[in-house]
Write a protein that binds this ligand. Structure first.
Ligand code: GLA
Length: 541
């Protein structure tokens, strides 16, 4: 850990005091972008086609979605995963489709899939490159978001390969200035500000202010100016003056009037001069304004939250800009965070986007689907309308999964409020697979307006999950994880004591089997027999 200009005693204190991670308890509002509030349904190219995608495949798949009744069943996104883009940005530095496999461009493809009743999705990475080492969007969020919005893209998956974390170090600030693009800057020394936390004045007579402030690293302190004057409401240039220190990147947020946050990245510093200045454009109101400078990044997870939020904001601004330019309604872009779960995105994902991957990549392997389920099922509290845990795209119909395994996989994803993004070859789907993924009852459970993820009521060879549904109904799922036949039972009266499930006690219950249509009337105990790897789902009313 670098001392980064801090007073030695503060530095020692900082070494021994652990500062809370900003992403553990983010103070932001939930991300709202006008996208539908139930989990997204669609298809993605990745699970089956990897780097073998082209325009014809996408259009054939779109047609297959229509002809197989998938669009009618609710699947309305067709998502290009990695490999849609050329390794070369265009002459303006913008993303463009692969010049060989998507020669007519992505805007045209979007229009063509729209004509079939589908919305187009696209993908890049929150890094220098995607996982296939193609152009990605870290540092180019605004431009890329605008390109996607202009093309009419309505779903965006943002991966995590080649990520470069934000630095937890802050620069040594000795003053700021504010101007109105007219060269007349008002200068504010750090002595005009209030210092909080570990922020300290350090003497340096070579600086115009005679001192700088250190101790802003890793959420340890801040500099707050309470009286920044502005003549009128509008945009202003904020210049941050720093003493150069060390060949490593630094980061600050300028928060204005306790609201909007503006990021400033300070590249590693060489020293032909002792000082440097970095700028951003901020919006001020007429009169006195408050500007707080701080670095909230204590960990990789904090960095991820800020970087994913940055893209989320860029997407919203881009869709609004395109709507204005074309005099049309805003076309929201569903924003899918693909961070693989390492930085606990379920804690901060709802503040940054619409859905967040909770695990590494799915594969069509039964043990792995069960492992993903076992992790994701525990996260039920983090799911809410418009914000979902994402245990990854479906493998139904892929690999060597048996019929029961396919049914279980689909049922569990429906119960867990997961996005239903198919990953099989829809041009060659057999009737059994089609019947699974178009099961109206299961889809209705997944799309229930309450958007509550099922809670695991019982863990064992047979797991039991309960998902509260609109109108006081409850979906109950029995999942036989074991290699043999099994039986299980659930006392419904006792289930009514569970506050999350919020089911009403009745003298008799009606259990409707959502896979085979059976109706069972019961007094108290719902009993089931299950084949190897079988799942049964009931609605209790
Ligand atoms: C990562 C993601 C996958 C897929 C690939 C594409 O591994 O987690 O879902 O998008 O990248 O390269």
């Amino acid at each position: 850990m670098k001392r980064n200009g801090m007073c030695p005693i503060c530095y020692l204190r900082k070494l021994f005091v652990k500062h809370p991670q900003t992403s553990e308890n983010p103070k932001f509002e939930d991300y709202e972008n006008g996208a539908p509030l139930t989990p997204p349904m669609g298809w993605s190219s990745w699970n089956t086609f990897r780097n073998r995608i082209n325009e014809k495949l996408i259009l054939d798949t779109a047609l297959a979605m229509k002809e197989n009744g998938l669009i009618d069943a609710g699947y309305n996104y067709i998502n290009l995963d990695d490999n849609w883009q050329s390794s070369m940005r265009d002459e303006n530095g913008d993303l463009q489709g692969d010049l060989e496999t998507f020669p007519r461009g992505i805007a045209r493809l979007a229009k063509e899939v729209n004509a079939l009743g589908l919305k187009l999705g696209a993908y890049t990475s929150n890094g220098a490159l995607t996982c296939e080492d193609l152009p990605a969007s870290l540092g180019r969020e605004n431009a890329d978001a605008y390109t996607l919005a202009k093309w009419g893209v309505e779903y965006f998956k943002y991966d995590f390969c080649h990520n470069i974390p934000i630095s937890s170090y802050a620069p040594l600030v000795y003053g700021i200035s504010v101007s109105k693009f007219d060269g007349n800057a008002t200068h504010y020394s750090v002595h005009n500000a209030v210092l909080n936390g570990y922020a300290r004045f350090m003497t340096d007579s070579s600086l115009p202010t005679g001192s700088y402030v250190s101790g802003l690293d890793g959420n340890c302190g801040d500099i707050t100016y309470n009286a920044i004057e502005a003549d009128e409401d509008g945009d202003y240039v904020l210049t941050v003056n720093i003493k150069k220190q060390g060949r490593y990147e630094k980061y600050l947020i300028a928060q204005v009037n306790d609201g909007k946050e503006y990021e400033i990245i300070f590249p590693p510093q060489k020293k032909p001069n002792k000082t440097a200045r970095f700028q951003t454009v901020i919006s001020l109101k007429a009169g006195k304004n408050k500007i707080k400078l701080y670095n909230p990044v204590t960990s990789k997870a904090d960095s991820e939250m800020y970087q994913y939020r940055r893209m989320g904001i860029a997407l919203k601004e881009a869709t609004a800009r395109v709507a204005k330019e074309t005099d049309a309604e805003i076309k929201p872009i569903r924003y899918s965070i693909c961070e693989w779960g390492f930085g606990k995105p379920y804690r901060w994902g709802a503040k940054a986007g619409n859905l967040w991957r909770t695990t590494p990549d799915i594969r069509p392997w039964w043990f792995w689907i069960k492992t993903i389920y076992s992790h994701n099922v525990k996260l039920y509290k983090y799911s809410s309308p418009g914000h979902f845990n994402d245990p990854d795209m479906l493998e139904v119909g892929n690999g060597k999964l048996t019929y029961n395994q396919n049914v279980s996989h689909f049922s569990l994803w429906c119960m867990m409020n997961a996005p239903l993004i198919l990953g099989n070859d829809l041009r060659k789907m057999n009737d059994r697979v089609k019947a699974i993924v178009t099961n109206k009852n299961l889809i209705a459970i997944n799309q229930d307006p309450l958007c509550k993820q099922a809670k695991r009521i019982k863990k064992g060879a047979v797991d039991i999950l309960a998902k509260p549904l609109e109108g006081g109904k409850t979906a109950i799922c029995f999942f036989n994880k074991s290699r043999g036949r099994n039986s299980s039972s659930l006392n419904l009266n006792r289930l009514c004591d569970d506050k999350y499930v919020a089911m009403k006690k009745q003298s008799r219950y009606l259990a409707l089997d959502q896979w085979n249509g059976d109706k069972i009337e019961i007094a108290e105990k719902l009993k089931v027999k299950l084949e190897k790897h079988q799942t049964k789902v009931f609605i209790i009313q």
